[in-house]
Design a protein around this ligand. Structure first.
Ligand code: HEM
Length: 395
């Protein structure tokens, strides 16, 4: 069994090699807030109540240096103060109000309609065709196209955006190169800068034109800010949704009785979506930096300390979830923290949920049984949780 001292949370392979759920169960029980040694070290927060309180406490915990452990350990996020997710109040509120305009009911309605059409088409195309990779043939095509629909990105550019984003964020092989990843991020931002420049000069009725021409605080955003905030939608919405969809299929394949119940209408799609999100917990953690001395779960945290909030642990806290390692699509209430909480709560939650709803609906309509035909490929990351390939057969 994994002991507490064994697990190095900075190691991208730690959770592939060890049983994360058993590790976090022990942490919650024996030292729910602890200092992880390192250079620099950081705080680890494991209980649901403490993680929730930290997400809400934007007066003491800042996002501006970065919100992902690796980024904080390597010196901080260069987009701090410019990109929504890594900005603090009061600028965060201004940017968030602007970004929320991108998610107006009119825009979302049209994007959601396309999600349903695309998902249903993709599921029909793979059903009864024998073994295929669900990640490559279905999951990969939904989230990026959704964000591209939201931003009115030309079809011809979408393939390359997906490729760059995969390189920029996930570590599909344990050896993946940091430089490639930085280059891909720069390509993406450069792409959005060009688009922002064109749409500012010749605005249309689309979200990038809206962001590029809006007045925020003292005036319009710089082109770099427009680009970073468009990129933040890709960053926030592509991989998280992709791994959730993969997890949904894998989990229902492993739980045939729950799959039958969903198909027969004995459990609701909406509660199943929430349970998939809890089960998948796509972002294992988010991180903050303390900007004043504070206490978390009785431990003294000093200004400047890095604080990591472990969603994987919070979403399996037995204080909040009855038998947390039971996959229960009818679970209600389901207070998972997969979308975070408080002022930085995911702006794409509606779309993330809509994608899973469309997937489960399309599957229940046309698929009798799901069989996993080979080993799925795990993602090596202490941030992103899930699989990058899933060989399956839909009958
Ligand atoms: C924020 C998860 C889908 C865009 C967040 C946060 C989480 C999260 C946990 C909070 C981060 C923090 O507190 O530091 C997820 C999951 C998704 C998903 C699990 C899918 C299942 C999306 C989609 C989009 C998106 C589809 C865009 C279309 C964002 C943005 C933020 C954010 C821009 C920053 C919000 C802010 O700081 O105010 N997401 N997300 N996400 N998400 Fe998502």
């Amino acid at each position: 069994m994994t002991t507490l001292t064994e697990l190095d949370l900075t190691d991208a392979t730690a959770f592939v090699r060890h049983d994360a759920y058993e590790f976090w169960r022990q942490v919650r029980k024996s030292r729910p807030v602890y200092w992880h040694e390192g250079d620099p070290g950081f705080w680890v927060v494991a209980r649901h109540a403490d993680v929730l309180a930290c997400y809400a406490d934007v007066r003491s915990l800042s996002s501006a240096r970065g919100t992902v452990l690796d980024v904080l350990l390597s010196g901080g996020d260069s987009a701090g103060g410019k990109m929504l997710a890594v900005t603090d109040r009061p600028r965060h509120r201004e940017l968030r109000n602007l970004m929320l305009r991108a998610f107006s009911p009119r825009v979302l309605g049209a994007v959601e309609q396309k999600i349903w059409e695309r998902t249903s088409r993709l599921i029909k195309s793979v059903t009864r065709q024998g073994e295929f990779d669900f990640a490559a043939e279905v999951a990969e095509h939904i989230p990026m196209n959704t964000i591209c629909d939201l931003l009115s990105i030309p079809e011809a550019d979408r393939e390359k955006l997906l490729r760059w984003n995969k390189l920029a964020l996930s570590s599909e092989d344990a050896e993946s190169d940091r430089l490639d990843s930085l280059e891909a991020r720069n390509e993406l931002i450069g792409y959005f800068m060009d688009l922002a420049r064109h749409r500012r000069a010749d605005p249309g009725d689309d979200v990038i034109s809206m962001i590029a021409t809006a007045e925020v605080g003292d005036g319009p955003l710089t082109l770099e800010e427009v680009a970073l905030n468009c990129y933040s939608l890709v960053l926030g919405g592509d991989e998280s949704s992709r791994v959730s969809a993969i997890c949904a299929v894998k989990t229902f394949a492993e739980h045939p009785a729950q799959w039958r119940a969903l198909r027969e209408g004995a459990s609701e799609i909406d509660t199943a979506v929430e349970e998939v999100l809890r089960w998948a917990t796509p972002a294992r953690h988010f991180a903050r930096t303390a900007i004043r001395d504070m206490e978390i779960g009785g431990r003294r945290v000093r200004a400047g300390d890095i604080v990591t909030l472990w969603n994987t642990s919070a979403n399996n806290d037995e204080e909040v979830f009855d038998r947390p390692r039971r996959f229960d699509p009818a679970r209600s209430p389901n207070k998972h923290l997969s979308f975070g909480h408080g002022p930085h709560f995911c702006v794409g939650a509606f779309l993330g949920r809509a994608e899973l709803r469309a997937l489960l609906s399309a599957l229940t309509e046309s698929v009798d049984g799901i069989e996993v035909c080979g080993e799925p490929t795990p993602i090596y990351s202490n941030f992103l949780n899930g699989y990058s390939s899933l060989p399956v057969d839909f009958r």
